[in-house]
Design a protein around this ligand. Structure first.
Ligand code: KIV
Ligand code: ZN
Length: 512
């Protein structure tokens, strides 16, 4: 058998993924995610679109300056200002890549850009040339390539490679392609573009028809050497090709694809969970590879088969993708070492200081709840350590009264600095509505709720409730997360988390 062909994994969770509604991350979260992507073994991290906003610029600059172990990429349109800004953000990375893009399809040329084919080629070549004056690693994407005339696509690809592109990425921007078409496009480029061996062919598929993974794999079969994807498949609209799915498909079916990659598959579930805890965007239970039910066998016949021989119904082992082997139970007599070990098994890397915070919370929880399961530990760590923002507002105390046929009452005392404020609401349509109203009165912010989710961290009615809220603030969606064995308390904490995110931005805006 011939040697497996290496495929580069280009992760765009922090750019295309972060662009999707409800997935925005602050700087600390992006840095944490970038570190996790390095641990996962991705080859390229697309850290953002530097010209898009000062926040994007800062995130790319910080990641480029601090994250080692992967190529750091920044996106730019084919415009001098974009490319210069991208380089400004990337220049401190030892392995920078500038990714320039320009739409090539007839629809985009005619209606969006109002440019002729010749003008498109000239602009693309100029953009690549300018980027190549800054660094050697240049990627070019003909946006909407999957709907671009093949002859024209071949011409564009040839010209940008001649101008210095070292990777040519073929995006299916609107998720319109089929696997057979994707195969044909890549195969045609390989056969018709004379200088194609001077660049790596990449593929970037969106999931509007649910075919992003299949389309990416078809491109690999045709000879693509890089796949662009995101953790949990997040991204514009229906999302991007899911990293965990495409990687495990290539791994489990190496006999078919004949490819290899650098991904540490045991980090897939921890990385997926990190993203979920940062963004609050849950993956569906039956999601392939990382969903809660991905390895759950319910049918009696399946369970029987599994007990006799795992391979009857299992094509990969849960531990291969990072699911912990057992749901070990801890309790109030468990010590710090047991907690540290369990956290490690669950994929967390805690510093001594973080472990101390989590241990104190764990002891508090174990006093309330006899058995502490993996789900509880995850919820604790996520709430204490992950995605946390400075606690500008804190909860001092609350009182809730909910009674049949009576208006709910919520009274809250919050603290900001040395100042305490107590407010009450008796006019909501339930205790959650009243909690929002009381928080609005105490903080002076309007917090229209756009999403509200409660889930149990584990089984059993003593489970901790995990609450996620999304509120609207100045046209933007801001999320918040809270965990407690008391769901009303978890709700108030989630609302306060979103309040603190808004307050943090207001403080930063005043300082700048
Ligand atoms: O979907 C797309 O076309 C993109 C490009 C910028 C690569 O995200
Ligand atoms: Zn995209």
């Amino acid at each position: 058998m011939s040697e497996p062909r290496p495929i580069r994994i280009f992760d765009t969770t922090l750019r295309d993924g972060e662009q999707s509604p409800g997935c925005s991350m602050n700087l600390a979260e992006k840095l944490e995610m970038a570190g996790a992507l390095v641990d996962l073994g991705v080859d390229v991290i697309e850290a953002g679109f530097p010209i898009a906003s000062p926040g994007d610029f800062e995130a790319v600059r910080e990641i480029a300056s601090n994250v080692r172990g992967a190529t750091i990429c920044g996106l730019a349109r084919c415009a001098d200002a974009d490319i210069d800004r991208a380089w400004e953000a990337l220049k401190h990375s030892p392995a920078p890549r500038i990714h320039v893009f320009l739409a090539t399809s007839a629809i985009h040329r005619e209606f969006k850009l109002k440019m002729t084919r010749d003008e498109i080629i000239a602009r693309a070549v100029a953009g690549v040339g300018r980027a190549a004056s800054y660094c050697d690693d240049i990627e070019f994407s003909p946006e909407d390539a999957a709907r671009t005339e093949l002859d024209f696509l071949c011409e564009v690809v040839e010209k940008v490679i001649a101008a210095g592109a070292t990777t040519v990425n073929i995006p299916d921007t609107v998720g319109y392609a089929t696997p057979e078409q994707m195969f044909r496009v890549i195969d045609t480029l390989r056969n018709r573009v004379p200088n194609i061996d001077r660049a790596v062919i990449s593929v970037h598929c969106h999931d509007d028809l649910g075919m992003a993974v299949a389309n990416s794999l078809a491109a690999v079969r045709a000879g693509a050497g890089q796949i662009e994807c995101t953790i949990n498949g997040i991204g514009e609209r229906a999302g991007n090709c899911s990293l965990e799915e495409v990687v495990m498909a290539m791994r489990v079916r190496r006999d078919h694809y004949g490819c290899t990659d650098r991904i540490v598959s045991e980090r897939l579930v921890p990385t997926s969970r990190l993203l979920t805890s940062i963004t609050g965007m849950q993956v569906q239970r039956n999601k392939a590879i990382v969903g809660r039910n991905a390895f759950a066998h319910e049918a009696g016949i399946h369970q029987d088969g599994m007990l006799k021989e795992r391979s009857t119904y299992e094509i990969m082992r849960p531990e291969d993708v990072g699911f912990a082997k057992t749901d070990l139970v801890l309790g109030k007599h468990s010590g710090r070492a047991a907690l540290a070990d369990r956290a490690k098994q669950l994929g967390y890397r805690l510093t001594g200081e973080q472990l101390q915070i989590v241990f104190e919370e764990f002891k508090r929880l174990a006093d309330k709840k006899k058995s502490v399961y993996d789900g509880d530990i995850r919820a604790l760590i996520d709430a204490q350590i992950r995605g946390s923002v400075p606690a500008i507002w804190t909860l001092v105390s609350f009182r809730v009264v909910a009674e049949t046929n009576q208006p709910p009452q919520v009274r809250l005392t919050l603290r900001r600095g040395d100042h305490e404020v107590t407010e009450e609401a008796q006019d909501g349509d339930g205790p959650i509505d009243a909690a929002f109203l009381a928080t609005e009165r105490a903080t002076g912010m309007t917090l229209p709720c756009r999403e509200f989710q409660v889930r149990a961290a584990t089984l059993g009615h003593d489970a901790q409730g995990e609450v996620s809220v999304v509120v609207e603030h100045q046209g933007r969606l801001v999320r918040g997360h809270g965990v407690s064995t008391d769901t009303v308390e978890a709700t108030i904490m989630a609302i306060l988390d979103s309040v603190n995110r808004i307050a943090e931005e207001d403080v930063a805006a005043k300082e700048s």
